[in-house]
Design a protein around this ligand. Sequence first.
Ligand code: TYD
Ligand code: MG
Length: 458
Amino acid sequence: MKSGKIVFVCRECGATSPKWLGRCPECQAWNTYDEIEVSEKRRSSQNQKMASKNQAEKISELKMPEYIRTKTGMQELDRVLGGGLVDSSVVLLSGEPGIGKSTLLLQICRDLSITRKVLYVSGEESQGQLKLRAQRLGISGDSIYLLTETDLDNIISECERLRPDVIIMDSVQTISSENVSSAPGSITQVREASMTLINYAKSSGAAVFLVGHVNKEGGISGPKLLEHMVDAVLYFEGERTNSYRIIRAIKNRFGSTNEIGVFEMGDRGLIEIPNPSEVVMAERPKNTSGSCAGCVMQGTRPIITEIQSLVTKTVFPTGKRAADGFDHNRMGLLIAVLEKRMGLKFYENDVYINVAGGLHLDEPSADLSIAMALISGITDRVIPDELIAFGEIGLSGEVRAVSHIDYRVKEAVRLGFTKIVLPKKNVTSSLQVPEGVELIGVSNIYQALACMKMKKAD
Ligand code: TYD
Ligand code: MG
């Protein structure tokens, strides 16, 4: 017999209702309401909380919070976190199965455990499996505790007994609470588990990593709801076909969301890649049409990228357009500019764009490299390998200035480029380059094309 109060919760967005609804009035999804029981114990603790109200204070009298950050031992991860793991914070790490979430979190236990007590809770693997993996990664230490448990109350009571400084919960979808009647992994269970762990983090000062699986659509199961509740959301992504992995923050209350961390999965776990530009350039094919090098800022770091385009005669009434690593609409806009301003007939062709190395370019500075890769693709002429181009393109074909120009130029020079095509406005006397490197300032795409000096492929 049910003793608590019954409420209905939308599986998609977490909206609640006292009665069952066929369609959620919040997110408009059909048939997503689950019945859950809220226990008396839980309700009374909620009521107690309501009684202790916070009082508003003057902003000038508020103290600056002091965030205590612990280095995880992985600089690539620390950068994405905003400089280290903050006490009392809750970080959601999500990604597809097999991408390396458990490996990364087990690896950071080693350095964290030097100064902190770490509890790794796994609901997916046995202690034996974890021990085996830890041994393979060379991880041991008296301050690392492993717990295989899926019951929320048991996990909390272990936390209260051990008082760890860092808790890793792998994964949040495997935990279930007796207070909630729905199955583990359902939104109501995920919400209950996350809420309890967040409250625990805030009251105990422990930092919590929650591992979240992504669903078929690429969202975290238990959708946006979880993202709103935690302090930081990190996505771990990569192609199954190559060993490179990129970690990016899509939300961070303690740092910027522009930074990325790059890793490579090897025999002994994840290895950091402090110079991603070199990795991208090492695999670049030489003397090929449709390819242009560019430089994008990912947070504070410039990364050299290679844009590849493939332009082929279409067999359809309208040509196909596909972009991997670049916004589809922006690609359409650049194609329209090239058609209108340069008379190129992209409409007779299928056009594909690919950004090498699995990067996502959401910065306007990639426009010029993309436009040049497209021109190279449609004319089947090769851009010299030693040339790099970056700049924003406007609708009349003008090339506009971009930010962080000295970082970009420095990185291009470091990687051995000797011809740097950039917006004319960015070429100032303070921009210094070594001898043998040419800075070519351009104001529009015609000038950019003229200085490319493309030649026929061998
Ligand atoms: P895992 O961390 O279990 O992924 P997730 O927790 O995101 O599901 O990573 C699993 C993959 O990584 C698995 O396919 C094996 C591979 N791997 C290595 O290549 N090298 C290693 O040292 C380890 C530990 C895993
Ligand atoms: Mg895992």
